[in-house]
Design a protein. Structure first.
Length: 293
């Protein structure tokens, strides 16, 4: 029953991610055409953001598909890390898009381009509706899933980009002041930069096997020695993550000669789960010297 329920959730998330990717990709092409026809950098900037979001949503969809595969002798941890790799690629792509928007906005300030305000408003308004539809599709999925949460944040960024383009079109139509277009494009770039940097940094941390973000490994040894009387020393502590919510740890624990190793190892694992929220631990019990010394 539990497996069937999990499979249903998985298929539900997968379907909603595919819907959001289809909506985003289709309208991205419309924004590129509109940006070129109406001379709007705001539309092109939003289209660039939607491109990275389309890639992100597509990778999220394929990550759900790949994660169905079981672990094997070549990939003993399975395919969960694929979503982290996808996030890193997407974050780098976002940073490249930000750089392009900034360079193009500076060029537009120096050499103003005529922008069709009404056309810009029409395309941006349609984009806003598409982004709202994509957001609602993802909002109905499992919001505790990291893949879904990341995709939803990107769609929200698109939604803000469409609002910025709509405002730019309104200002140009009413006042003829075209610098609002590159100005709001820079605002969109700042919004993208913030999420892109966080996404790239967090995914790189996992890919580089750094300790989980909320875990200070310096506290593990003292805590185990205080909580479990038989533990005399803890060393060779290594912690990393497979995905954002899947932490792993290995450690050596020295205990008195004659101790029963299995109950102590079980106590260590229980303490790690209770105090540090790590449920996958490999514990090596030593009664004398460390075998790795």
């Amino acid at each position: 029953m539990g497996h069937g329920h999990a499979h249903h959730h998985h298929a539900h998330n997968e379907a909603r991610t595919l819907i959001a990717a289809g909506l985003t990709g289709s309208f991205m092409l419309a924004e590129v055409v509109g940006g070129v026809l109406f001379g709007s950098l705001a539309l092109l900037a939003d289209a660039g953001h939607m491109l990275t979001d389309f890639v992100s949503l597509s990778l999220a969809f394929f990550a759900f598909r790949l994660s169905r595969r079981p672990a094997d002798w070549k990939r003993t941890y399975g395919y969960d890390r694929f979503q982290v790799l996808a996030a890193f690629v997407n974050g780098v792509a976002l940073l490249v898009i930000v750089a392009w928007i900034v360079v193009e906005a500076i060029r537009r300030f120096a050499e103003p381009v005529e922008v069709a305000g009404l056309g810009l408003m029409a395309v941006a308004g349609l984009g806003l509706m598409v982004n709202i539809a994509a957001f609602l599709a993802l909002h109905g999925a499992d919001r505790d899933n990291l893949n879904i949460r990341g995709a939803t944040l990107h769609v929200l960024g698109d939604l803000l980009g469409s609002v910025a383009a709509l405002i730019a079109g309104l200002v140009i139509w009413m006042t003829g002041w075209t610098p609002i277009d590159p100005l709001l494009s820079l605002l969109v770039a700042v919004l993208i930069l913030r999420s892109a940097w966080g996404l790239t940094k967090d995914s790189a941390r996992i890919l580089l096997e750094a300790a989980p973000k909320d875990l200070d490994v310096r506290h593990i040894a003292p805590d185990l020695m205080e909580a479990i009387p038989e533990v005399e020393d803890v060393h060779h502590v290594h912690a990393w993550s497979i995905t954002e919510g899947k932490a792993m740890i290995t450690l050596h624990a020295r205990v008195p000669v004659g101790s029963m190793p299995d109950p102590i190892a079980a106590a260590i694992k229980a303490r790690l789960a209770e105090r540090f929220h790590i449920t996958h631990a490999t514990v090596e019990i030593e009664c004398e010297g460390c075998a790795d010394s």
